[in-house]
Design a protein around this ligand. Sequence first.
Ligand SMILES: [Zn+2]
Ligand SMILES: [Zn+2]
Length: 381
Amino acid sequence: MATRPRDPYEVLGVPRDADENTIKKAFRKLARELHPDVNRHDPDAEEKFKEAAEAYEILNDAERRATYDRYGHDGLRSGGFSPNFEGFGSISDLFDAFFGGAGGGIFGGGFGGGAATGPTQGRDIAVHADITLAEAAAGTSVELSFEAIETCEVCHGNGAKPGTPIVTCERCGGVGVLQQVTRSPFGQVMRQTACDVCGGEGKIPSEPCEHCEGRGREVRRRTLRVDVPEGIADGQRIRLSGRGHAGERGGPAGDLYVMVRVHEDERFVRDGEDLHTMIDVSAPLAALGTTVQVPSLAGEIPVDIPAGTQPGEVIQLRGRGLPPLQRGRTGDLHVHVNVVIPRRLSRQQRELMERLADTLTDGNVRAEEGMLSRLKRALAG
Ligand SMILES: [Zn+2]
Ligand SMILES: [Zn+2]
C-alpha cells in the first residue's frame, strides 16, 4: 500500500504527550483486538496490525519519536527508518516476532501460545450498547451480537479429530518445554522455551480436529440479551462475569464488558439524575401567565407558567428526571423559561405595544432584587 502513513499518535489513539506506559498499553490493546484468534474474519486486521506496529516502533523509541515530532514521517525516512513487515508469512508470525513466541514480550503470555501450561483464563470482551436517554431512564434490554472464542463443538477443546487418540509430543518428550543452550560472553546460558509443536502441553492430537485445525477453539458469533438497569449514564459499563472468551486447558472464561453509550437527546441536558430543558414563552404570555407543553421523558406534560415569569426563570418539576442507578431519589426536570421578545411587529401590534408601554409604571417593571445582585447571578451562570 502506497498510501500516506497516518499519524502514529492517531493510530494508537494516544495524546501527543502520552508517556511510555500509555503508549505501550494502547498498542497492547490494539494488538489484542487485531489478533488472528480474535479477528480471523477481518481481512484488514493484518494491515491494521502492521500500521499499529509501525506506530509503536516510532513512539516507543525516544529518538525516533523526537524526530517524528519535529519532522514527521519524512524526517524518519531520511533518518533511515523504514519499517518492513512484509517478510512475515502470516500475522501470527508477525505477532511472534513482536511479542516473542515463548510468551514473553509485552503480553506476558496473554495469547496462550506461551510457556504457560496450566489452565489459562479466557480474555475479556468489550461490546458497545447504544441506548436512548428514555431507555436509560426506564431501563431496557439490548440484544448484543459479537464474536467470541469458544471451545470447539466438534472436539470439545482437545484439538483431536473425534475417535483419534492424543499422543505424547515427540519433540519435547511430553514435558512441554525445550532447553536451549546459547553462548554468551558470560558463558553458556540455558534457556527454557515452550515447545513449538505442542505449545507446552506435552501432548498432541495424532490427527487434528478438522473443524478447528487442532486449536481446540474457534471463533463464533454469539448473540446475548442483556438487561440495562434504569438510571445508567453514558460511559458506564456492565460486567457479565464468565461471558468473555473461552479459557484454555480448562481455565475459566473471561468476562464480557458492555460499554453503554447513551445517545444525546437534543431536548435535554443531563446532569446526573437531573434533566434540564428550555422552552420559549413570548413576552406577553410570560406577563399574563399561561400553560405550555413541556417535553419530559414520559412525553409532553402541561406546565403552568405563572404571570410575571421573568427571562431565565427555572421551574423545577420534582421527580421528572432520571431514577438513581443505585440509591437516592429520582432527579428533577428543570424547565428554563426563555422569554422571547416579539420581533417584526405589524402596524397593529406596534400600536398595541405603544399603548401598553404608555401605561406601564415603575411598579410593573421594577425588579425584585437589586441590579448588582442580578448581574452577579447572571455572571455566575
Ligand atoms: Zn475442534
Ligand atoms: Zn511438545
